[in-house]
Design a binder for this molecule. Structure first.
Ligand code: GDP
Ligand code: MG
Length: 142
């Protein structure tokens, strides 16, 4: 499988629960490397632009309100098959359906407040990484 990069967000609910470190440990134990990271309190405009693909969905306003409700931590993960690997670590969108041991099963409380975001494809990863990071902010290890 190819070396890939994916965009991950620790959402405001997980930041509020003080589990940033526990989630980072899961990435690292799975062989993913954090090559860029920043904490940011998203503006309405940033959240709307990031989730533009969902703008016609009934939950869009709730999603934007939640994502702007407190600070989030945004990172780029790198590794073999990073996009799918991160989705596997995250678990299903609805934490009630997430497999035991996944981040959402362990830390999410609802389908809105579901702890993490992860890019769902190579095309999404490319767009989402560029949405938050300049090339100079990405620091790959040798
Ligand atoms: P993800 O890729 O697993 O995060 O899921 P999606 O891309 O389908 O949806 C983006 C985000 O919108 C999810 O992580 C949820 O926070 C939220 N969301 C998705 N579906 C629903 C829904 O049916 N109801 C509500 N309230 N929020 C949803
Ligand atoms: Mg998605």
């Amino acid at each position: 499988m190819a070396n890939e990069r994916t965009l991950s967000i620790i959402k405001p609910d997980a930041v509020a629960k003080n589990v940033i470190g526990e989630i980072y440990t899961r990435f690292e134990k799975a062989g993913l490397t954090i090559v860029a990271a920043k904490m940011m309190h998203l503006t309405q405009e940033q959240a709307e632009g990031f989730y533009a693909e969902h703008k016609e969905r009934p939950f869009f306003n709730d999603l934007v309100a939640f994502m702007t409700s407190g600070p989030a931590v945004v990172q780029v993960l790198e590794g073999e098959g990073a996009i799918l690997k991160n989705r596997d670590l995250m678990g299903a969108t609805n934490p009630k359906e997430a497999d035991a041991g996944t981040i959402r099963a362990d830390f999410a409380s609802s389908i809105d407040a579901n702890a993490v975001h992860g890019s769902d494809s190579a095309a999404s990863a490319e767009r989402e990484i560029a949405y938050f990071f300049n090339d100079s902010e990405i620091c790959p290890r040798g």
